[in-house]
Ligand binder design. Structure first.
Ligand SMILES: O=C(O)CCC(=O)C(=O)O
Length: 265
């Protein structure tokens, strides 16, 4: 599978494109089981809500073989290679679960931290999201500013004493100020990204995005795979590998058949 010219154009103009029915119900189930398993891990790669329930797990491809194979899946890698016009490596992967009362994700650009903390030089990379639940307007969809990738880096650093690893690497947050957000939304608008389970989002990693608290009873489980071209590697290694890659080997895509076989072993 690869992207059409229209999908590539949409990615370039708006900053993202969504493909539906990339994965079928059985594959979604396989991935959901794998993701829920990883979220049971004690950490430190698992981030938690105030009540102790998991909301994120970084570096899923390092802890689960099925999820590792997903990160090499042809349906993720071939479109990314087309969009970036190069071979790619996985800079970061994560599981994001927003259960009932799952908390907000502040406005940010993934590239903000990748650049300032991990030393990724250029704003070239794709944030891929694999939808494992149906996401509608009611269960806290991703919100994003179309066209904001054209602005380059617009986030600012602020000290975040509430960060669990404040003393190590997450002393700063790279959020978007209220003033910048107001200007961007005035200029470009703000949209929800809704899609059914099995869909895949390809988003430029400089797009400004975030999400609200999920007050619905409906779970929202997404897998994220952030890839960069192999000539745009992280050059500083302050954070553990589950946040930021050490392996820059170009990914060799695996077929859907190989992916399904991985689930049977
Ligand atoms: O899934 C979400 O609500 C946002 C996650 C996100 O933006 C991120 O992990 O960078």
């Amino acid at each position: 599978m690869d992207l059409t010219e229209a999908q590539c154009q949409e990615f370039e103009d708006r900053g993202w494109t969504v493909l539906s029915d990339v994965f079928g119900p059985e594959e979604v189930e396989l991935l959901t089981d794998a993701a829920l398993d990883v979220l049971e891990r004690p950490g430190p790669e698992v981030g938690r809500e105030a009540d102790g329930s998991p909301h994120v797990s970084w570096g899923m491809h390092l802890f689960n073989e099925q999820l590792a194979v997903l990160c090499r899946h042809e349906n993720l890698i071939n479109p990314s290679r087309t969009l970036l016009d190069n071979e790619v490596y996985v800079h970061q992967s994560r599981i994001n679960i927003k259960q009932t009362n799952g908390s907000i994700v502040a406005w940010h650009q993934d590239f903000g931290t990748y650049h300032r903390v991990d030393g990724v030089p250029h704003p070239k990379g794709v944030m891929i999201a694999v939808f494992l639940d149906d996401v509608t307007e009611v269960n806290a969809p991703l919100l994003a500013v179309p066209g904001s990738h054209k602005e380059g880096l617009v986030s600012t650093a602020s000290v975040d004493p509430s960060s669990p690893d404040f003393e190590q690497v997450s002393k700063y947050r790279y959020d978007i100020t209220d003033e910048t957000m107001a200007r961007l939304v005035d200029q470009y608008g703000l949209e929800t990204i809704t899609a059914s389970a099995g869909s895949v989002l390809f988003m430029d990693m400089t797009v400004v995005h975030g999400s609200t608290v999920n007050i619905s009873p409906l779970r929202r489980l997404l897998l994220y795979v952030n890839v960069c071209p192999v000539d745009n590697r992280g050059e500083t290694y302050e954070r553990p590998e589950y946040y930021a890659a050490r392996d820059f080997t170009p990914i060799v895509p695996v077929s859907s058949e190989e992916f399904q076989l991985a689930g049977q072993t």
